[in-house]
Design a binder for this molecule. Structure first.
Ligand SMILES: Cc1cc2nc3c(=O)[nH]c(=O)nc-3n(C[C@H](O)[C@H](O)[C@H](O)COP(=O)(O)OP(=O)(O)OC[C@H]3O[C@@H](n4cnc5c(N)ncnc54)[C@H](O)[C@@H]3O)c2cc1C
Length: 278
């Protein structure tokens, strides 16, 4: 496997480094390109990889190459999980932890290549069009709305009748959004759930509220079918008036995180609310 390492060090600017690194990736003809994760590389490598048609992973702490297959390792989820992964796409740009760059290059026998500081490339971006960040249809993220309506994973859980109600959940949520003009937030569990993606097309990772998500600033918040775990609720710190609907009287919201908790079935509550909104 052709692995090349570019020892990009010192100072540089985004405008000059992006075309230069992109050029280095392309002209190296390497299947795997190794870069040290210093601040200069981290600033420009992702954009350069995109220009070069490469895929990129950062913060890699180990790399194994055997039988034509490369396996990288890195920590994810705020250093809680150590993952080993591979990519079929080539070129694959791997940005290593800066202190491990030399060690990793030596381990996989990467060939050191010279990095030309300035590439002869256009630095102005030509806008060819705009694309909405939402997965389709109307945006559900409305920063100016008074109310933040948060949907949690409970909408996708088996309900009292032992069945799943994805379509009904989607209809109640979108019905309420249309009638109230509220902005839609979500818990991480819900946006990470592949089985819910088809029914919940109106939301994406952009809706996620919390420690690893957004921190919206709406005046009021209504949480439904969401447990109120700390990593989620930390994203509510600028939402002053908080209410939650949960079947569980011991959920996190009931433990000082909401002003009012309705211990009730959110399907029934939102159905009634939507009826009342007309
Ligand atoms: C480092 C780290 C970072 C994280 N960052 C985030 C983050 O940014 N955002 C985030 O959201 N999470 C984050 N999490 C995950 C978080 O800890 C929770 O796991 C997640 O928020 C739980 O989502 P949930 O409440 O929707 O689902 P669940 O915990 O599954 O809760 C579902 C709730 O729905 C209720 N329910 C079910 N049916 C009904 C019904 N019919 N009516 C009413 N209630 C019902 C249940 O009683 C339950 O309380 C993070 C975790 C870690 C470790």
């Amino acid at each position: 496997m052709k692995i090349k390492a570019f020892k990009v060090e010192g100072n540089g600017t985004f405008a000059k480094d992006v075309p230069a690194i992109a050029d280095a990736i392309k002209s190296s003809g390497a299947e795997i390109v190794l870069l040290p994760g210093n601040s200069r590389v981290k600033r420009s490598a992702a954009a350069a990889a995109m220009r070069a048609g490469a895929e990129i992973d950062t913060n890699v702490v180990d790399l194994d190459v055997a039988d034509g297959k490369a396996v990288a390792r890195r920590w994810v989820y705020r250093q809680r999980i150590f993952t080993a992964f591979s990519r079929a796409a080539r070129p694959w740009v791997i940005v290593t932890d800066p202190s491990l760059f030399g060690e990793i290059c030596g381990k996989v026998g990467a060939e050191e290549a010279a990095f030309a500081e300035a590439a002869d490339a256009a630095t102005r971006t030509a806008v060819v069009g705009e694309e909405s960040a939402v997965t389709g249809g109307e945006s559900t993220i409305k920063p100016d709305a008074k109310l933040l309506f948060v949907a949690g994973a409970g909408w996708t859980k088996k309900q009292a009748d032992g069945a799943l109600h994805f379509d009904e959940a989607a209809a109640e949520i979108t019905g309420f959004l249309a009638k109230s003009g509220a902005s839609l937030g979500s818990s991480k569990s819900l946006v990470d759930m592949p089985e819910a993606a088809a029914a919940f097309k109106f939301m994406s990772h952009m809706n996620q509220v919390g420690q690893t998500g957004a921190t919206p600033r709406h005046q009021k918040g209504l949480s439904t079918c969401c447990h109120g775990e700390e990593p989620h609720v930390v994203g509510w710190r600028f939402v002053n008036e908080r209410r939650a609907v949960n079947l569980d009287a011991n959920c996190g919201w009931a433990q000082g995180k909401a002003d009012v908790v309705y211990v009730a079935d959110a399907f029934a509550v939102m159905k009634k609310v939507n009826e009342l909104l007309g």
